[in-house]
Ligand binder design. Structure first.
Ligand code: GCU
Ligand code: CA
Ligand code: CA
Length: 481
């Protein structure tokens, strides 16, 4: 299509659909998304694949996923794929099927004729000789046309990914982030604008792999931000091994908290997977990352192609070779299993979760942990504040490390979410360099963010406070407002 004609037509259709999409059903934004990318489903069915439920009865794959607690289907789009799989017609057919089955929908634009990921961001053949200006128009047109075709079929996806695992940008070389961050940002904006032109309520995701790699995410999104890019949600992939998922999940939690506070955007785990033949480890990994994503205020967790078994050499599905799901898929059925036990978090003055002191953060008395301690003003009502996330409502145990070089008690009134619940004694320890733990206090926390404060009840102020440790299932640090 001639570019100018295309733009003129796009403008007309945009106007029509702007009108239209205000009547589209409101996105059910409040519920946690659990789901799967099943883009291979039609190709697998065409080669004779069928799936069975836990009891060995053959069923529609989407029904099996729904019966395992899933509510979301993700679908990738390729520009002009050989064979047609993941081209616009195939995507629309799958989206209609998912919508009719009651699923929420995420569309994932690769801007390639085949796989786009951290190792390859190959331009579609039809765009190969285009200038950068043309590439921006290509991204806009392809995104607009695909969204438009979906809209014509009554589908306004709740989420749309502009690019897939764009760790180093997209449409190489022009959009290679390390070489030209501005081009990457402008391509993201081309996609963003096209999505919103057709479906203003759709949330635009920029997606980077290795959700545990905070430095990578800061580099990518700092670059996008400083070049004026627009996006709504930060998407992450996570593919750990049975031996390192605990470490990577904790790092991913920290990264999710950092992304939320640094950019003020939602976060979502848009791809996870683990080897299908390690179902016990995979289930534990999934339960934990779902709990941590909830704790971080994240928006959802999606498994990548769980239905793959004996298929194209892909080993990170969640299906047995007998056609039934592995137990890993049960992780998406929440409520049946408690969150992982024994999580504890220590909040330090230099870390997320420390929300300030009426006084100073000092480091002049040895023996503290972290980078120092909170020295409150010597006055009644001088306080120290923290914020803690609880996966679920329940009892959590709080304990402070402190030093008090005076001869008297320097107690603190404990306030949880604004309510005074008890008084914590912080008695003399003999010297300002002698640190000790307070008695522990068990308090009820609500699910999600909780504000915790110690406030001086005497004119001497508080003792010096080194840290707060929170013990209990699924406690984590939460960014302060
Ligand atoms: C000393 C001490 C401080 C402490 C203060 C107090 O100045 O160095 O760390 O906070 O006494 O009495 O509160
Ligand atoms: Ca003091
Ligand atoms: Ca400290």
């Amino acid at each position: 299509m001639d570019e100018l004609n295309g733009r003129a037509r796009a403008a007309t259709i945009t106007a029509l659909f702007l009108l239209f999409s205000f009547y589209a059903p409101a996105a059910s934004a409040q519920t946690f998304a659990k789901g799967a990318d099943v883009s291979w489903i039609t190709q697998m069915e065409a080669s004779g694949y069928r799936w069975q439920n836990d009891n060995g009865t053959q069923q529609d794959l989407l029904q099996i996923l729904k019966d395992h607690g899933m509510n979301t289907i993700r679908l990738r789009v390729w520009v002009n794929p050989s064979g047609g799989w993941n081209g616009v017609n195939d995507v629309v057919a799958k989206a209609i099927r998912a919508k009719n089955a009651g699923f929420r929908i995420m569309i994932d634009f690769h801007y390639s004729d085949s796989w786009a990921d951290p190792g390859q961001q190959t331009k579609p053949a039809a765009w190969r000789t285009h200038t950068f200006e043309q590439l921006m128009a290509d991204v806009y047109q392809h995104t607009f046309n695909t969204m438009n075709t979906l809209a014509t079929n009554g589908i306004f996806p709740e989420w749309v990914q502009v690019g897939n695992e764009t760790n180093n940008g997209m449409l190489w070389e022009d959009g290679r982030a390390s070489a030209n961050m501005r081009n990457y940002a402008w391509l993201v904006n081309s996609g963003y604008d096209a999505v919103k032109a057709v479906s203003p309520n759709s949330k635009v995701i920029v997606h980077v792999s290795n959700g545990y790699d905070n430095a990578l995410f800061r580099w990518n999104f700092d670059g996008l931000r400083s070049n004026g890019a627009r996006w709504d949600i930060i998407g992450m992939s996570l593919y750990p091994e049975p031996g390192n998922w605990q470490t990577l999940n904790s790092q991913t939690l920290a990264n999710m908290n950092d992304m939320r506070s640094r950019y003020g955007k939602g976060v979502m785990i848009v791809e996870v997977g683990m080897s299908w033949d390690q179902p016990t480890a995979s289930k534990a990994f999934l339960q934990d990352i779902i709990a941590k994503t909830r704790a971080a205020g994240g928006l959802g967790v999606l498994y990548w192609e769980p239905q793959a078994y004996n298929w194209q050499g892909y080993s990170k599905g969640a299906w047995n070779t007998n056609g039934r799901p592995t137990i890993a898929l049960d992780a998406f059925i929440e409520g049946s299993t408690p969150p992982p036990p024994g999580n504890s978090v220590t909040l330090q003055e230099n870390l997320t979760g420390f929300c300030g002191v009426d006084g100073t953060v000092d480091s002049n008395h040895a023996g503290y942990t972290g980078t120092g301690f909170a020295n409150s003003n010597n006055a009644t009502n001088a306080g120290v504040r923290w914020r803690v996330n609880a996966i679920a409502a329940g009892n959590y145990t709080l304990q402070w490390r402190f030093a008090n070089g005076t001869t008297g008690n320097r107690p603190g009134s404990l306030r949880v979410n604004g309510t005074t619940v008890s008084t914590v004694a912080l008695p003399a320890t003999g010297a300002w360099t002698t640190w000790t733990n307070s008695a522990s206090v068990t308090v009820a926390l609500r699910a999600g963010a909780n504000d915790i404060a110690l406030v001086a009840t005497t004119s001497g102020g508080l003792a010096n406070v080194d840290s707060l440790t929170v013990n209990g299932s699924g406690a984590s640090a939460s960014a302060c407002n």
